[in-house]
Design a protein around this ligand. Structure first.
Ligand code: PDD
Length: 293
């Protein structure tokens, strides 16, 4: 079966899917995106992703390419045509095609691309195995709450991680605090047993997976703290993990080559993974969204 992509009003074979060379997404990275997990044929956190898309578009003054309702129909159609049960949907909106010039064009028409891809279903055993992260300086711009397609520092960071034999790079701000990963949110369980992740602010992308995990923790009566944590605190942590729509909730067992705790998936991490999967199966995603910074 060949993959189908949606590009500016048309469903086309993935291999032929293309945008104009003067699309501002291509020229200036003048666009935003969302990645939505598909779990057992259902989108996880569709409302949250749409709310965050609205935030990103609003902050950059890019028009919605169509109504929210119409976009939901297109997304459903792309999933259906690609017969994806487990995987993800990718949505990209840019400021559209215009002669190359930095200021916003007059009367821009936003471009919209939607694709879907199969992925293996969530496998708790794999997620518990644990991955390594490295820490590197956060050299990004200052608006990480906007899910911009301008991802060069993230690309370079992820490559650096891969070349170091690690799965992810944690980005460290000028105060020595971990903001987040190049494509995931960062979590630790401190040596005193406190579950910690950076607070939502301009410093991080407020992940939909992050929001689900926080709600799942709340529901289970597990205390957490949304605050910055330093690299030193992370190195002393008992447990660590990352969250994202494509990595779900993955244990981190090494930071900068040093074992986290006993080097195996932590107790609370394992519990949070179970709670997270139950949570998305019961609620379909976070129920409380709306603040992105
Ligand atoms: N990345 N932080 C950054 C910088 C991200 O790029 C992502 C997601 C997250 C986690 O957000 P969510 O839980 O909503 O997926 C945090 C996507 C998956 C990507 O770029 O492919």
């Amino acid at each position: 079966m060949s993959r189908i992509a949606y590009v500016n009003g048309q469903y086309v074979p993935h291999l032929e899917a293309a945008v104009h060379v003067e699309d501002r997404g291509y020229q200036f990275a003048d666009g935003v995106y969302e990645v939505i997990t598909l779990h057992g044929g259902r989108m996880v956190g569709e409302k949250g992703h749409m709310d965050r898309l609205d935030h990103s578009l609003g902050e950059l003054r890019i028009d919605w390419p169509m109504s929210r309702q119409a976009l939901s129909v297109v997304i459903g159609e792309v999933i259906r045509r690609n017969r994806v049960g487990d995987g993800f949907v990718y949505i990209q909106v840019t400021r559209g095609v215009a002669r190359r010039d930095h200021p916003f064009p007059e009367n821009p028409e936003s471009s919209l691309v939607v694709t879907a891809r199969r992925m293996p279903p969530i496998d708790k055993e794999t997620l518990r195995q644990g991955v390594s992260v490295i820490t590197i300086p956060d050299i990004r711009w200052k608006r990480h709450d906007i899910k911009s397609v301008s991802l060069l520092p993230n690309v370079l960071g992820k490559q650096q991680a891969r070349e170091a034999g690690a799965y992810e790079a944690w980005l460290v701000d000028d105060d020595g605090n971990v903001t987040e990963g190049t494509s995931s949110n960062a979590w630790i369980v401190t040596k005193d047993g406190e579950l910690v992740t950076h607070n939502a602010s301009y410093a991080i992308l407020n992940g939909i997976t992050r929001l689900s995990v926080l709600e799942a923790a709340d529901e289970a009566g597990i205390k957490f703290s949304e605050r910055p944590f330093s690299v030193d605190e992370a190195l002393e942590a008992k447990e660590a993990f990352i969250t994202s729509s494509t990595s779900h909730l993955k244990a981190v067992t090494r930071i900068d080559g040093q074992s986290v705790g006993n080097g195996h998936v932590g107790e609370l991490t394992g519990r949070m993974l179970d709670l997270y999967v139950d949570f998305i199966e019961n609620h379909g995603g976070p129920r409380h969204t709306g603040t992105w910074n």
